[in-house]
Design a binder for this molecule. Sequence first.
Ligand code: DC
Length: 227
Amino acid sequence: MNNIFAVAIDGPAGAGKSTIARELSKKLGVIYVDTGAMYRAMALYLIREGISSGDSEGISKKCETADISIRFENGEQQVVLNGENVNGLIRTEEVGLMASFSSPNPDVRKKLVELQRKLASEKSVVMDGRDIGTVVLPDAKVKIYLTASSKVRAKRRFDELSAKGEKCDMDQIEADIVKRDEQDMNRAISPLKQADDAILVDTSDMTIDEVQKKLMDIVSEKTGVNA
Ligand code: DC
C-alpha cells in the first residue's frame, strides 16, 4: 500500500484553476499536472502536420504519431512533443482554437488520459482539467470543482488583457466565456461536469488567498496532509 494521493481540480475556463492548482501543489510539495497543456501540445502537432480542425479522421490517425510527455524544470511542468520542449508555443489563440476541436476526439483523449493516469499512479499530484474527477482519476482522494460566475471570469480576463495593453470588450469576453462553457458542458465525450463526490468552490466573491486557504483546508481534512 503506498500513500500517494491525487487532488483533482476541474472547472470551466477562467475559474483560476491553474493559478490555484500550481500554488497548492507547491504548498503540498507534490507535482502539478496541467492537462490542458497536453491537449494544447497535441493541437500544435496537428497544426504542424497540416490537419484541419474539422478533419476528425485525420486527427484520429495523426494523433498516433504524437509522442507527448512532461518533465519538470524548477518545479514547472514542461510539455515535450516528439522530443521538443513546446511550453513556449502552446498559449496562442491558434493553438487554443485547434485544441477546442481536437480535445473532444476519442483517440486524442484515450492517449492523453493514459499518460495522465500513469503520472498519478507514480507520484502524488495536483491535476487540473475538465474531466479529472469524473473520468481520469475517479478514485482521487480529493475532488474540487472550481468555478466562478461568467461575469467575474470575464472581468478577470478583461483585467489580464488590459494589463497587457490589449484593447478588449467586457461584454464580448463574457459572451465568449458563456459559449465556451456551453461547448465544454455539452460535448459527447467527457463533458465538463461536477463529479458527484466533488466539493464545489465558487470563487466569485473570494480572493486568491481565500481560495488557497479553503482548498488547503479541504485537502488537509481529506488526506491528513498539512502544508
Ligand atoms: O485549460 P486549457 O484552455 O489549457 O485547455 C485547452 C483545451 O483542452 C480546451 O479546449 C479544453 C481542453 N481540455 C480537455 O478537454 N480536457 C482536459 N482535461 C483539459 C483541457
